[in-house]
Design a protein around this ligand. Structure first.
Ligand code: PBG
Length: 328
């Protein structure tokens, strides 16, 4: 049946019918807000490339979480800026390092806040790479050990979920076993399964002070050209016991999210990363785009591609824009 019998504009004629046939919503329940914990007291350092985001000392982080929770954002993803760094990232495995302290403080103040902690060594190593260096490259199997110990330190502090972002082979199984052996079989793993070696992480590395001091991350993070390989990464992580798999970045990889959704029956998270956030902010500041409309369109497109969960620096402002509504 063709025009004139068929007219698709009929179902777009007013807001009620448009809402009735709307296919995709974004709910505050889907959003996770990343936060950066740093040493000190009363510290709220603005991250210049990410307006509205800060390095927060633990006391301020707790205040931020209270505000987020009241706005309806009930989950945060924590990154740490430690007092000291070392060659292997051992400082990140300490039960009194910055992230365990942050976890305990948040859970004390707001027990209902769902706290996810990023597991990786790049914030804790002097060289900024995601693991132990042997012969100028990250040694996979040595790194598994620090990742597992770091996960355990977070679990002991009361974390609700761990999210390994290092891209070492075999880390999901290794962390799973370490958690299970110590009585943490109830803690889920959200695996950064398809994590690309991306220029979109630039602003984050300023925020987390984690830029590699030599080379890049191409020997462990994925080649942006590959999507078949992403399916293999996801498949392996599911076999190793991942509860949620992640595609990261989100926006240039919507096709990968869609493929993952079609090929696997598992919850999918997408990370709307720092560079994606900063580009929107910079263009909006110049008056070149409508920041609020574009942000909503971006988040909708990530959901439409198939993501269940979206990790995004926009989470707080979206909750503010919604003024008590829970979805758009
Ligand atoms: C740690 C990690 C990174 C991000 C999340 N976890 C940086 C990196 O891999 O270099 C990036 C997040 C963002 O850009 O928002 N490995």
């Amino acid at each position: 049946m063709y025009f004139p019998a068929t007219r698709l504009r009929r179902l777009r004629s007013n807001p009620v019918i448009r809402a009735m046939v709307n296919e995709t919503t974004v709910s505050l329940d889907n959003l996770v807000m990343p936060l950066f914990a740093c040493p000190g007291k009363n510290v709220k350092n603005p991250i210049s490339s990410m307006p509205g985001n800060y390095q927060l000392s633990v006391d301020m982080l707790v205040e931020e979480c209270k505000e987020l929770y009241q706005l309806g954002i009930k989950s945060v993803l924590l990154f740490g800026i430690p007092e000291e760094k070392d060659e292997h990232g051992l400082t990140g495995t300490d039960e009194n390092s910055i992230i365990p302290r942050a976890i305990r403080a948040i859970k004390d103040a707001i027990p209902e806040m769902y706290v996810i902690a990023d597991v990786c060594n790049c914030e804790y190593t002097t060289h900024g790479h995601c693991g132990t260096i042997v012969n100028n490259d990250v040694d996979n199997d040595l790194t598994l050990e620090t990742l597992a110990t770091q996960s355990l330190a977070f679990a002991k502090a009361g974390v609700d979920m761990v999210a390994p972002s290092d891209m070492m082979d075999g880390r999901v199984a290794y962390i799973r076993e370490a958690l299970d052996d110590e009585g943490f079989s109830h803690i889920p793993i959200m695996a950064y399964s398809a994590k690309y070696a991306s220029a979109f992480y630039g602003p984050f590395r300023e925020a987390a002070e984690s830029a590699p001091q030599f080379g890049d991350r191409q020997t462990y993070q994925m080649n942006p050209a590959n999507s078949n390989e992403a399916m293999r990464e996801i498949e392996l992580d599911i076999e190793e016991g991942a509860d949620i798999i992640m595609v990261k970045p989100a926006l240039s990889y919507l096709d990968v999210i869609r493929r993952a959704k079609d090929e696997f029956n598992i919850t999918i998270a997408a990370y709307n990363v720092s560079g994606e956030f900063s580009m929107v902010k910079a263009a909006a500041e110049k008056g070149w785009i409508d920041g609020q409309r574009i942000t909503k369109e971006i988040l909708k497109s990530i959901r439409r591609a198939g993501a269940d969960i979206i990790i995004t620096y926009h989470a707080k402002e979206v909750a503010q824009w919604l003024k008590g509504e829970r979805y758009f």
